[in-house]
Design a protein around this ligand. Structure first.
Ligand code: NAD
Length: 326
């Protein structure tokens, strides 16, 4: 029996990951989900599995070393995958304290606890934002230098360096995954796609930063979770894996697509495009374009994304707008 400790498993991606692992791996695993339940944690995401005997939830801050040490001692995890983090860039610009605490100090505590146990793998879930913006057709491989430009990205880059240092110093078997923007069901309402849908559902214009021409590469959350499962069980210790589906879209084009799909679901009742979009002052230091090369995970671990972007987006909108789609 292998025990997988999932930290931050009540959040958007972590909750999908837990369900994906429980449905894809045989019954020889147990999941221990350790989550502080910040404003972003939502146990409703896991309500369909909370009475399973192979799943345990613990409400706990990963930054509390003594409590985490006890949890490691009690459950003796074989695998650890860390999703726990403050994740909203705008919040990090307003106040970065919690980002440094959870995203950097929390990771150091998890690494220290892992080092004192005997683990098979520690996976740190990171982000393409650690590379900073990509210019002139650039697309970063795992060897590119780190150049984050906002406090959230900087906190994730700091954690990545700590994780790698535990590999080179102590030989702790670690991996880092760096993925692009995720979309799918159950994401917190402050994030770009659910926020746009919520505004339309309330008949309000969608706020768009600057000229809306920023490019993000969208990855369906369940494709991301399959990639993480491969990394956890098959990733070479010490390696970094980029994860992307090669779906680059300008923010404004994404919003137009969401409006189109919602208009289709509502038989055109949303009204004219120009009344549904409100350009607002740009985010401070807003990165124009992110782009990563994900050939390594495709070649070495045989992963590839399965969800076509238009279908994933359509399904996501239907999920958020359940009442609309009836
Ligand atoms: P989320 O904000 O939805 O969830 C984060 C979870 O972490 C929440 O359940 C929260 O309660 C928990 N948490 C926060 N601080 C904690 C602490 N100190 N102790 C214990 N639990 C704590 O985030 P998400 O979108 O699911 O992202 C998960 C991970 O993936 C993050 O590390 C993020 O940096 C990374 N990531 C996300 C995206 C994306 O598009 N969502 C893209 C790239 C990377």
């Amino acid at each position: 029996m292998n025990t997988i400790m999932v930290t931050g498993g009540a959040g958007f991606i972590g909750s999908h990951f837990i369900k994906s692992i429980l449905s894809s791996v045989d019954d020889s695993i147990k999941i221990v989900n350790v989550d502080k339940l910040t404003y972003a944690g939502n146990l409703n995401n896991l309500s369909d599995i909370d009475d399973r005997i192979d799943y345990i939830f613990l409400r706990q801050d990963i930054c509390d070393y003594n409590e985490m040490k006890k949890i490691f001692g009690s459950f003796r995890p074989d695998y650890i995958i860390n999703f726990a983090a403050e994740t909203h860039v705008d919040r990090s610009i307003a106040d970065s304290n919690e980002f440094i605490r959870s995203n950097v100090m929390g990771v150091q505590i998890l690494l220290q606890c892992a080092l004192d146990s005997s683990i098979k793998k520690f996976v740190q879930v990171s982000t393409d934002e650690v590379y900073g913006p990509a210019y002139d057709g650039e697309s970063f491989t795992e060897k590119a230098p780190l150049s984050p430009r906002n406090p959230y990205g900087a906190s994730k880059a700091a954690a990545d360096l700590l994780v790698l240092s535990f590999y080179s110093t102590y030989g702790l078997p670690v991996n880092i995954s760096r993925c692009t923007n995720n979309y799918g069901m159950g994401q917190h309402g402050e994030k770009f796609i659910p926020k746009a849908i919520a505004h339309l559902l309330k008949g309000k214009a969608i706020p768009i930063y600057g000229d809306g021409r920023q490019i993000r590469d969208w990855l369906y959350v369940e494709d991301h979770c399959r990639a993480l499962g491969s990394i956890l069980f098959k990733g070479m210790p010490g390696e970094i894996y980029n994860i992307s589906a090669y779906n680059p879209v300008e923010n404004i084009e994404l919003i137009k697509l969401i409006i189109k799909y919602m208009n289709d679901m509502q038989e055109g009742s949303l009204g004219q495009l120009k009344h549904l979009i409100a350009f607002v002052e740009d985010r401070k230091g807003h990165d124009r374009r992110y782009s990563i090369n994900s050939e390594k995970i495709r070649t070495d671990l045989g992963w590839e994304p399965l969800m076509p972007f238009e279908k994933g987006l359509y399904d996501t909108i239907r999920w958020y707008g359940k009442d609309l789609a009836k």
